[in-house]
Design a binder for this molecule. Structure first.
Ligand code: AKB
Length: 315
């Protein structure tokens, strides 16, 4: 247990819910404040918070004497394309409000999730380096790329200890994803158990980088726990875990559900996926804070199917 008082924004989202519970496990329920515009059951301390409302953010930080923030509130890639200006407002002014509050209230540490979406087709998409060119093709990618630069700016100008990961698609069994391009890799497990079939919106051979939720949580806490002097990247760290295509995940599921059938109906998310890295070089994360994933595709499939069988889909 620690004396930190932690605020999680976007706590009702796919990662937010799980990260909230993870942080409660590490720090105790009196030390973690969940905030969102949707309240779910299971939060010990919850504050309604619209991330674009700076006054409200200041009020919550003051009331709970917050000294660490995990800023997860954001609109993901596919949803952002439906309403780019709204997504820009939420993703950008939300982050700036948190950074400003970080300076005003001398917040000790801030976590900002960036994404593989910061890269576009001017990067080497087969093995994207930490400092490869960023020419994002989605509004989400543009907002995360700008966000990374804002983080570095605040870190350098105000010595704000802000740390960030470029999350790949995150796959877990307790929560459903909310409007990303990588969402298929979660839905496929639910549908495999319910109907033994799944219709995928990207081509069979479209490889995207993904990570199992346990690894994503561990990467986040290891980064946040690392000594400040080890953090050499103040934009956002590349992390690599598992890269696979829809046909490979379908094969992995078929080892447990032999009559599982996959079909394809391609939509606008194909173009997004085509401009994202397929695999990333995460040398800096390995060197600076010892990053190493523990789940490969088959180990993840086993865990997903076993846990979803015990605890059926929430939707
Ligand atoms: C999305 O698909 O938008 C996210 C991401 C890769 O950042 N899962």
């Amino acid at each position: 247990m620690s004396n930190s008082k932690i605020l999680v924004t976007g706590a009702s989202g796919q990662v937010g819910q799980v990260l909230y519970r993870h942080l409660v496990g590490l720090h105790g329920e009196d030390h973690v404040v969940a905030s969102d515009i949707h309240q779910l059951d299971g939060f010990s301390i919850f504050e309604y918070m619209d991330i674009t409302n700076q006054h409200r953010i200041r009020e919550v930080i003051q009331r709970h004497k917050i000294d660490e923030i995990y800023h997860l509130a954001a609109i993901l890639s596919a949803n952002a394309e439906q309403n780019p200006t709204r997504a820009w407002n939420i993703n950008m002014s939300g982050l700036l409000n948190i950074l400003e509050a970080g300076v005003e209230f001398s917040i000790k540490k801030i976590f900002f999730p960036s994404s593989i979406a910061v890269f576009g087709n001017h990067a080497n998409l087969d093995m994207t380096d930490q400092f490869d060119a960023q020419h994002p093709t989605t509004l989400y990618g543009i907002s995360k790329s700008a966000g990374e630069n804002w983080c570095q700016y605040y870190a350098e100008k105000y010595d704000l200890d802000i740390r960030s990961l470029r999350y790949p698609g995150i796959i877990g069994y307790t929560t459903l994803p909310g409007g990303g391009t990588t969402d298929y890799a979660v839905h496929i497990y639910h549908e495999a158990l319910k109907q033994k079939k799944y219709e995928c919106y990207v081509h069979a051979d479209t490889v995207m980088p993904m990570i199992y939720m346990d690894d994503a949580l561990r990467a986040t806490s290891e980064l946040m726990a690392a000594p400040k002097k080890n953090i050499s990247i103040r934009t956002s760290y590349n992390i690599q875990a598992i890269s696979f295509s829809p046909s490979e995940i379908a094969d992995s599921i078929s080892t447990y559900i032999p009559d599982f059938e996959m079909s394809y109906k391609i939509d606008f998310r194909q173009t997004i996926a085509d401009n994202w890295p397929r695999r990333l070089n995460d040398q800096y994360a390995q060197n600076d804070w010892g990053w190493a994933p523990r789940f490969d595709l088959n180990k993840m499939t086993k865990e997903m199917l076993e846990n979803l069988t015990l605890q059926p889909t929430i939707n």
